[in-house]
Design a protein around this ligand. Sequence first.
Ligand SMILES: [Zn+2]
Length: 181
Amino acid sequence: MKLPALLLAALLATPLLPAAHAADAHGHGAHQHGVAQLDVAVEDDGLTLQLDTPLDNLLGFERAPRSAAERRAADAALQRLRQPQTLFRLPAEAGCQAEPAQIDAGLLDPARAAHGKAGDGHADLSVLWRWRCSQPKALTPLRVDLFDAFPRLRRLEVQLVGPQGQAHRRLTPDARTLRWP
Ligand SMILES: [Zn+2]
């Protein structure tokens, strides 16, 4: 059955499930616990990865930390995200140097949390990692170990942009290696 475009647009704009809301400014899919989006850009001089994930995948809760233990858990997650060498295995032949991670911590940012809007009970976090690489052609295969650091994460929907164009990949704990031509 083919839906009329207008009806389809209305459906997409309406959250149908409690754990799903409209796509964010990056145009990614709905917020779904266990699933995150990873944009992979292979460039002439390096690699850029952007992760957009429900906070639940990292912490098991989606609000500002309420206890010392939750604060510690949040700090540990942020610390881990600042260590991309523990999250991704880049081939040594690619000759890559990591740049500092850029994290949009959302509700984990104390300044933001204090002024947080009531919202729908869900929250996301995004991270941008970039590497300068002397041999970007050697970046494939690239192994993604986010699943070990964050066991609540069960699936990554990957948009891969490289010299060969754009492709979609789906990674899971058992199939976590990205390859491209
Ligand atoms: Zn959520």
